[in-house]
Design a protein. Structure first.
Length: 548
């Protein structure tokens, strides 16, 4: 989409009829502001949505060294962005340029507009999404400021957490910035105290993911005593269940340990998802799904690490890290699977220092123009290799087997073979990793000949196997030999003995507990199937609720 067209979508002008419709949906109040009055402060939570009746409102980016004007809204134009729907703090300030009259709508009522006035809601929602896209693509927005070394695992953890949760931020690399001493002195910290994160009202020294989530507003409180549906896992299956569950009136909460999107969220190009012939990134898919879920009222809390689940009558009691717990009538297990760690010497030491399990812009910043290695033979490895080929000097794709086409989609395998700076090394595996503080070499062996050699590299990206995230489940929920959750016909019996019926198709061995997506035994490991299972699970949730 051309930038001009995107700008037109981002900054529409509402007609008098549309403004009147907006007022009828929410009983918006008319408020007068004088020149210089601040309508929204940077970092505000639960800020209002404003539509200009007369005068002008200036939108400012105050996150850099000096404030920058982002936009000026006149008659019929409105403030806000996706923060209204996600409940995160305002990333801009809004100031009256002169005397002005505006219609003020509490942010909580904006969802009511979007759901009850679909034509008007579509204009607002498209504008919000386009504004966030323009900000990302501008290259001038500062956002949160992260200061830390590229060789620090904690710096990478913080950047990874913010990036996966689509939080806008700017990273200052201590190794690359010549003014680093002056910058650290300005914030009153030493290099030993980094990484630091500069937030709207305060600074965090090497914060945990939970502290970061609290600071940026992505960890939501649990406001209900009992939920209709708790979804554990925010990948494609979990997000689909959240959208369909909340849209059908179920009080729905999603508990995600790291970030929405799951494994799919780390893909830079998904080309075989129905309806997107030119492809889309995993982060785009996750962002749109999160907005949909929020639009319908689902609660998404990050990070929310589930440690165990117990049962009290027909209810599930979900315990979380930190001592929190919640009660739900139905539970959907959608925790997916993690890529298996390479069991080779040096791997653990270099995780976050050259060894990565995703290939996105966040990781590429540390290896642009270098030689990199991708380990794996599935679609995730193939997508990573193609993406990295556009950023790195050379990509070595290490495949343990003898056939690139065995586990990879044909279109992707052919594209790899046609990409000149990708070398496919079949029957090859990693034996050892080395480097001084950061990965710089790997020793590889060719299985057919036993030949060994050392590769000089800037980074290694691993996409091998899948380990289901089911360690938190009780023993009475059946799993197969590899730990994937059995459902439907594969279940031997319903464990609570409360009914003689057969389990529903996606129901586990415990009544009212369902599983969908990659965590489910015998599932198809594709984004489309995970989305299908997550949405389909809601039908069985309704059937179970009828039994209660």
């Amino acid at each position: 989409m051309a930038n001009f067209e995107l700008h037109e979508i981002a900054f529409p002008t509402l007609t008098d009829i549309q403004i009147a419709q907006l007022g009828s949906c929410t009983a918006a109040s008319l408020v007068t502001y004088a020149a210089g009055d601040v309508l929204v402060h940077f970092g505000d939570r639960d800020f209002k949505f404003f539509v200009v009746r007369s005068g002008e409102i200036e939108i400012l980016d105050q996150t850099g060294e000096t404030p920058k004007t982002i936009a000026i809204h006149g008659r019929g134009e409105f403030t806000g962005d996706v923060s209204h729907l996600t409940g995160t703090p305002a990333i801009f300030a809004a100031v009256a340029l002169g005397d002005c009259e505006v219609y003020a709508i509490p942010g909580v009522l904006l969802k009511q507009v979007i759901n009850q006035c679909p034509d008007l809601g579509d204009i607002i929602l498209r504008a919000f999404m386009a504004r966030r896209q323009l900000v990302r693509e501008s290259g001038t927005f500062t956002g949160l400021r992260v200061f830390g070394s590229r060789y620090s695992p904690d710096t990478f953890r913080i950047r990874d957490f913010l990036a996966k949760n689509l939080v806008l931020f700017t990273w200052t690399d201590l190794e690359a910035n010549p003014d680093v001493d002056q910058l650290l002195k300005h914030f009153g910290v030493t290099e030993a105290e980094t990484p630091i994160v500069v937030c709207p009202q305060h600074m965090l020294r090497n914060p945990s993911n939970r502290d970061l989530a609290d600071a940026v507003g992505i960890r939501k409180p649990f406001e209900r005593t009992v939920y209709d549906l708790a979804v554990v896992g925010g990948g494609p299956a979990g997000l689909a269940a959240a959208v369909y569950g909340a849209s059908e009136g179920l009080n729905t909460v999603v508990l995600e340990r790291t970030a929405p999107g799951g494994q799919a969220g780390s893909s830079m190009r998904i080309e075989n998802y129905l309806g997107f012939p030119t492809g889309l990134t995993g982060s785009e898919l996750a962002e749109r799904a999160v907005l949909q879920a929020n639009k319908f009222g689902a609660v998404l809390s990050v990070p929310a690490q589930v440690t165990s689940v117990t049962f009290n009558g027909g209810y599930s009691v979900v315990s979380l890290e930190g001592g929190e717990s919640l009660v739900t009538k139905c539970l959907l297990v959608a925790t997916g699977a993690d890529y298996r760690r390479l069991d080779v010497e040096g791997c653990a030491r270099f995780e976050g220092r050259g060894v990565f399990y995703a290939a996105t812009q966040n990781e590429v910043q540390q290896c642009r123009g270098a030689t990199v290695v991708v380990v794996g033979a599935g679609n995730s490895a193939g997508q990573a290799a193609v993406f990295l080929a556009g950023q790195a000097n050379r990509v070595h794709l290490l495949v343990r087997g003898s056939d690139l086409y065995r586990h990879m989609s044909t279109y992707l395998a052919r594209r790899i073979e046609q990409t000149p700076n990708i070398d496919v090394l079949l029957n090859t595996s990693v034996e050892r990793m080395g480097g001084d503080g950061h990965l710089s070499t790997i020793d590889v062996v060719t299985g057919t000949s036993g030949d060994r050699r050392t590769l000089q590299i800037g980074a290694l990206f691993s996409f091998i196997g899948a380990v289901p995230r089911t360690e938190w489940l009780p023993e009475d929920i059946e799993t197969d030999a590899k730990g994937f959750v059995r459902t439907g016909p594969a279940v031997e019996k319903l464990s609570d003995g409360a009914t003689l019926r057969q389990p529903f198709l996606l129901e586990t061995s415990r009544r009212g507990v369902f599983a969908a997506g990659d965590v489910r035994a015998a599932s198809v490991k594709r984004v489309a199937s995970a989305v299908g299972e997550g949405s389909m699970a809601i039908q069985f949730v309704h059937e179970y609720l009828k039994e209660m």
